[in-house]
Design a protein around this ligand. Structure first.
Ligand code: PLP
Length: 442
């Protein structure tokens, strides 16, 4: 991220960090990382005390806002009592965390397997599906991200997918994306039918009895907040049932208030067999993720070993942060707030922006999970070039808003606790910056 480093404190920390820390997903030479020193609620501040509205929720994970006092206190209390425990032992905080997640899962879910983050949640869900079905292949979307580990990065379908000769059996399909439909569908219904036919034909061509699972983000996130058309996920479930395939829904980014639901799939008539989660489950205060497991899958391991788990699986500090975050979300109406802000503030303002700005091709989303797709030409839908997206992000930062961009999009993904005034403040900046960028031209 590039930002004007006007003061010595900011500049010094940025330089120390850049010099000694190998940054993820970055070329190292050109980095100028923004030093963040603190945060509270929807704001963060840098080393010189300059405040920013966090319209990124960091990596779309700080759903409950920064430094929530209940979550911070729970971590401190747990730290004073017991800071680590081997996964094989029992622990009350960990059991409580699992119980709270199962309360939100559909009926028939009976177990939670804890991991250290989202990628290894998907790794383990894939392994469970393979061992349960005795089949090998996993079908996922081209437009998807499932994490940056061995199988998760091969299941990923977008530009981040990385070859791994040891992780076999990954097949990709084009899920629904009406704005850039592969077959020029004109309505959501046509795009839904296109995607379902394509999925079923792929299953038949691959051989249904070779496919263990579909691994789909309920709403593909970093690929563009691609809200599926009505009927798509229900159709996916029907195909899975027809061929004895398990359905893994990746709720790592979409889960726990992001879409104005506990789980994003709650808004659809679909029931997965496995749910992977991370990020919003505890807002990232301590690294954690997991797999919620339906009884039908869990029971296949009643009398045989599941070969999975890491030293820190179900870490007590992570478990304490989950318990507190889940309770705070329920007590403080965070889900309802996210839904309302999406319906009353973010959605209407972004749709207005789409009408007003020549740079906006489409806006999509719900809750506090929105993408503004930017184009150089509305008629041809040619994506706005990366340099101009970078300029837009930098201009937002200059005006005190920490934005999130991916490909040719700005994602509007603030914490789910954001109020009307802050949402308007961030959106005002986005509108102003896009106006200036449109006036500036290519
Ligand atoms: N799945 C989805 C949908 C994600 O968005 C991400 C991260 O952005 C992951 C999995 C990987 O999670 P983690 O980075 O915690 O491993």
């Amino acid at each position: 991220m590039s930002t004007p480093l006007t003061t010595t404190r900011n500049a010094e920390i940025s330089e120390r960090d850049r010099t000694s820390v190998f940054h993820s997903w970055s070329a190292q030479r050109t980095l100028a990382p923004l030093p963040l020193a603190g945060g509270s609620g929807v704001e963060v501040w840098d080393a010189d005390g300059r405040r920013y509205l966090d319209f990124s929720s960091q990596l779309v994970n700080v759903n409950i806002g920064h430094q929530h006092p209940r979550v911070v206190a729970a971590i401190q209390e747990q730290a004073a009592q017991l800071t680590t425990v081997a996964p094989a032992h029992a622990n009350e905080t960990r059991a409580h965390a699992a119980e709270l997640i199962l309360e939100r899962a559909p009926e028939g879910f009976s177990k939670v397997f804890f991991t250290n983050g989202g990628a290894d949640a998907n790794e383990n869900a894939i392994r469970m599906a393979r061992l349960t079905t005795g089949r090998d292949k996993v079908v996922s979307h081209y437009r998807s991200y499932h994490g940056n580990t061995g199988s998760a990065i091969v299941a990923t379908g977008d530009w981040r997918r990385m070859p791994n000769e040891y992780s076999r059996g990954h097949v990709h399909v084009f899920g629904p994306y009406l704005y850039r439909s592969e077959f020029w569908a004109e309505t959501p219904e046509q795009e839904c039918e296109r995607a379902l036919r394509h999925l079923e034909r792929t299953v038949q061509a691959e051989g249904p009895d070779t496919i263990a699972a579909f691994l789909f983000e309920t709403i593909p996130g970093t690929a563009g907040v691609l809200v599926p058309p009505p009927g798509y996920l229900e159709g996916v479930r029907a195909i899975a049932d027809r061929y004895g395939i398990l359905l893994i829904l990746d709720e790592v980014m979409a889960g726990f208030a992001r879409t104005g639901e506990w789980f994003a799939f709650d808004a659809f008539d679909v029931r997965p067999d496995l749910i992977t989660f991370a990020k919003g489950v505890n807002s990232g205060y301590v690294p954690v993720g997991g797999v919620a497991i339906s009884d039908a899958v869990a029971s296949t391991f009643d009398d045989r070993v599941f070969p999975g788990g890491l030293t820190y699986s179900g870490h007590p500090l992570a478990a304490a942060s989950i318990v507190a975050a889940q309770q705070a979300m329920a007590d403080e109406g965070v889900i309802e707030n996210a839904r309302r802000i999406g319906e009353e503030v973010i959605g209407p303002r972004l749709h207005q922006l789409a009408e007003d700005s020549p740079l906006v091709g489409e806006v999509r989303g719900r809750g506090v999970f929105w993408a503004v797709e930017l184009v150089a030409d509305q008629a041809t839908r040619e994506p706005l070039p990366a340099a101009r997206i970078g300029a837009i992000k930098a201009a937002m930062l200059e005006k005190g808003v920490l934005g999130f961009t991916a490909d040719n999009r700005v994602h509007v993904v603030p914490p789910a606790v954001i109020g009307d005034a802050d949402a308007h403040r961030g959106l005002d900046v986005l509108v102003e910056v896009l106006q200036a960028e449109a006036a500036r031209g290519a």
